[in-house]
Design a protein around this ligand. Structure first.
Ligand code: NDP
Ligand code: 1BO
Length: 316
C-alpha cells in the first residue's frame, strides 16, 4: 500500500474510501466491507450526514479485531457553518462522537467559505458570512487548537486555491498538511500539484472517477463521462483492468492520495485492487493528454447574486 509521509513521519495510506453520497443504510456496509478487504483510510465529513453510521462500522471492525484504531487513517472535515474560531472544537467533538473515536488523523476545512452557524446549507445570499468578516486564518486558529487538544493529529484544507493557501500560511503556526481537491484526467491540476509540492503540502484527489452519482441539478447536460473515455478504456483493456482501476492507479502514480467512493461490494474490492495496476510512461503520457480543465464540481452551488463569494474568488 502506497503511503504519504508527513513531517512528523506519520504515514497516511494513499488509497482510501470516499463516503460522500453514501446513503443511510449503505455506508455502514460499505465501510465494513472496505476495511475487511484491506482499506485503512476512510474519508468522511460532517456535511455528508452519515458520520454516525460510519462510526458504527468503525467501532465494530475494531471490536471484532479486524483492525486496530492505530492502523486506520480517518479524515473528516469542518463544515462551513462552523468556521468561527470558537465553533471548531464543538464541530470536531461532534464528529468524534459520531465516529466513536478519540482522535482524527486529519481534519480539513471543507471549503474556504463561511456561512452562518444556524444555516447548515446555504440557500440565499444572507446565509453567508463574508470572508473579510470571518477569514480562513481565524478558522485555522481553531484548527490549531484542535491539534493542541489532541483531537486530531494533522490539519489541512480542501478546495483551497493558491491564493487562499498563501494567505493561510502567512499567519499559520502549523502549516496545512493536506489540500483535498478535485483531480482526475479531465482536471489534472498540474499547477496546483506543483504549488502544493513546493510548500510540502500533500494532495488528495477527490472525484477521481468523475463523481458520477451527484444530483442531476449539479450536472451539466453535456457532462463528459470519464469512466467511458476511449483512452482510459483502451488502457484498461490492454491491462485486463477496469476503467475505474486505471483512474485510481493514475492518481496513485502521480503521488496523490485518492479516495474513490463506492457502496457496491464488488466495486469496493475492485477499487482496492487498482493499487496493483501498473501504468507505463506511455500510459501516463496518453492520460496526460486528456486534460480539458473540466471540473465536475464547479462550485456554482456557492454562488449567489450580491455575495462576496464568486467562482473566481473561491478557486483563486
Ligand atoms: P467518485 O469519483 O469517487 O465517483 C463515485 C461514483 O463512481 C459512484 O457513482 C460510484 O457508484 C461509482 N463507482 C465507484 N467505483 C466504481 C468503479 N470501479 N467503476 C464504476 N463506477 C464506480 O466521486 P465522489 O464525488 O464520491 O468522490 C470521491 C470522494 O471524494 C467522496 O466520496 C468524498 O469522500 C470526497 N469528496 C470530497 C469533496 C470535497 O469537497 N472535499 C468533494 C467531492 C468528493 P457505487 O457507489 O454504486 O459504486
Ligand atoms: C458537500 C460538499 C461536497 C462534497 O465534499
Amino acid at each position: 500500500m502506497k503511503t504519504l509521509k508527513f513531517s512528523n513521519n506519520h504515514k497516511m495510506p494513499a488509497f482510501g474510501l470516499g463516503t460522500w453520497k453514501s446513503a443511510e443504510g449503505e455506508v455502514y456496509n460499505a465501510v465494513k466491507t472496505a476495511i475487511k478487504n484491506g482499506y485503512r483510510h476512510i474519508d468522511c465529513a460532517a456535511a455528508y450526514g452519515n458520520e454516525a453510521e460510519v462510526g458504527k462500522a468503525l467501532k465494530e471492525v475494531i471490536n471484532e479485531g479486524v483492525v486496530t484504531r492505530e492502523e486506520l487513517w480517518i479524515t473528516s472535515k469542518l463544515w462551513s457553518n462552523m468556521h468561527a474560531k470558537s465553533d471548531v472544537i464543538e464541530a470536531i467533538n461532534k464528529t468524534l462522537t459520531d465516529l466513536q473515536l478519540d482522535y482524527l488523523d486529519l481534519y480539513l476545512i471543507h471549503w474556504p467559505i463561511a456561512q452562518k452557524k444556524e444555516v447548515p446549507f446555504v440557500s440565499k445570499v444572507e446565509d453567508f458570512i463574508p470572508l473579510k468578516e470571518l477569514p480562513n486564518e481565524l478558522t485555522w486558529e481553531g484548527m490549531e487548537e484542535a491539534v493542541a487538544k489532541g483531537l486530531t493529529k494533522h490539519i489541512g484544507v480542501s478546495n483551497f486555491g493558491p491564493k487562499a493557501l498563501k494567505q493561510l500560511m502567512a499567519s499559520a503556526n502549523i502549516k496545512p498538511a493536506m489540500n483535498q481537491i478535485e483531480c482526475h484526467p479531465y482536471f489534472q491540476q498540474n499547477d496546483m500539484l506543483a504549488f502544493c509540492k513546493s510548500h510540502g503540502i500533500h494532495v488528495t484527489a477527490y472525484a477521481p472517477l468523475g463523481s458520477g452519482d451527484r444530483a442531476a441539478k449539479f450536472k451539466a447536460e453535456d457532462e463528459p463521462v470519464l469512466l467511458k473515455d476511449p483512452v482510459i478504456l483502451n488502457i484498461a483493456k490492454a491491462k485486463n483492468a477496469s476503467a475505474g482501476q486505471i483512474l485510481i492507479s493514475w492518481a496513485l502514480h502521480r503521488g496523490t492520495s485518492v479516495i474513490p467512493k463506492s457502496v457496491n461490494p464488488k466495486r469496493i474490492v475492485e477499487n482496492f485492487e487498482a493499487q496493483a495496476v501498473e501504468l507505463s510512461q506511455t500510459d501516463m503520457d496518453e492520460i496526460a493528454a486528456l486534460d480539458k480543465n473540466y471540473r465536475f464540481l464547479t462550485g456554482e452551488h456557492w454562488v449567489y447574486e450580491g455575495s462576496s463569494y464568486t467562482l473566481e474568488s473561491i478557486w483563486a
